[in-house]
Design a protein. Structure first.
Length: 328
């Protein structure tokens, strides 16, 4: 089997695996008592990750350059990054809810790349002169990894908002300081009934009643899950932000070599800066202001939209120095 035929098999197989994995995670969330579903979901994401890595490796061998020169390649690289970060986040959180939000996004990206893009946009092509540089691997790969990382962190923040269902969860110590998982308590905080009892969970797993301002208390299990999602989301975004920073700096150096200017306020550059500012505000609010729970989660959810605009939306305009026929 030649490399072109292998790619056609791998991209469709990756989509099929991710689609099945999405169904497994959703079924597991609806029926947690069914055994082995969590292990099957993790295995599915790992298999998809390996398939996409093989696909990108085949593209690299075929074209002779790092496979990030067009939309098809960058979408699969993004999916590879999302599945990789999924495995990290799932392992750290020990919660299969991670796959409920990451699997459908990875599946949708793969479906768009493999089934929607025309063959001419999927085929490898010679690099345009501006891209014939070692900076292609350095700048674009780091930027794509930062997009994947920030997307996963933002998806976990969105999952936090879904789990808490709009209630203001007040978390104590889950992301403040450098000591990792410190003495954590968390509780609901609403202004409807100051005399209603709530539940506060402590690290040992004991649920105790406290007087908190809420009319509806979440179960200890959901409170624990909310705390975990908040914590892992913060840490994943904390990993993605320096990657984004390094990618932007590398892009500025490459731009100076290629065009004689570090910064041109190109639409892609402008939205990269907006993305950086949104997640800088998120981290500032958590580290300096001590925000936790719903407010930073809303910032991260907005960041998810901004990342997509920066990554894909800007290129729909077809304008700017970064528009090389859907080059991202």
């Amino acid at each position: 089997m030649n490399l072109v035929a292998l790619q056609g098999v791998l991209d469709n197989f990756s989509f099929a695996i991710l689609f099945a994995t999405m169904l497994i995670y959703w079924t597991g969330a609806a029926f947690p008592q069914i055994p082995l579903l969590s292990a099957l979901g993790t295995a599915g994401m790992a298999i998809a990750n390996l398939c996409i890595a093989t696909l990108l490796g085949a593209r690299w061998l075929e074209a002779g350059y790092f496979p990030l020169s067009n939309l098809y390649e960058s979408l699969f690289f993004l999916t590879w990054g999302i599945t990789l970060l999924h495995l990290f986040a799932e392992n750290r959180s020990e919660s299969r809810l991670v796959g409920v939000v990451t699997a459908p996004v990875a599946m949708a990206i793969t479906a768009f790349a493999a089934m929607t893009l025309p063959d001419t946009m999927q085929a490898s092509a010679p690099l345009v002169p501006a891209l014939k540089s070692n900076w292609l691997m350095m700048h674009v790969s780091v930027m794509m990894l930062s997009y994947a990382t920030l997307m996963v962190g933002s998806l976990l923040a969105i999952a936090f908002l879904v789990v808490t269902r709009g209630q203001n969860i007040e978390l104590r110590g889950s992301s403040v300081g450098t000591g990792g998982y410190r003495d954590r308590t968390y509780r609901l905080n609403r202004e409807e009934s100051p005399d209603s009892p709530g539940v506060a969970m402590h690290p040992g797993g004991t649920a105790v009643l406290e007087s908190v301002t809420t009319t509806e208390a979440l179960s200890p299990q959901r409170l624990s899950l909310a705390d975990t999602l908040d914590n892992i989301s913060y840490r994943v975004i904390g990993l993605g932000f320096p990657l984004l920073t390094i990618g932007i700096i590398a892009g500025a150096v490459w731009a100076n070599e290629a065009w004689g200017s570090y910064w041109s306020w190109d639409p892609k550059e402008t939205w990269a800066m907006i993305t950086w500012l949104v997640f800088a505000a998120y981290l500032h609010s958590r580290i300096t202001k001590g925000w936790q729970g719903r407010r930073p989660a809303l910032l991260a959810a907005a960041g998810f939209v901004v990342v997509w605009v920066c990554y894909l939306g800007v290129n729909l305009l077809g304008k700017g120095l970064h528009s090389y026929g859907w080059f991202l």
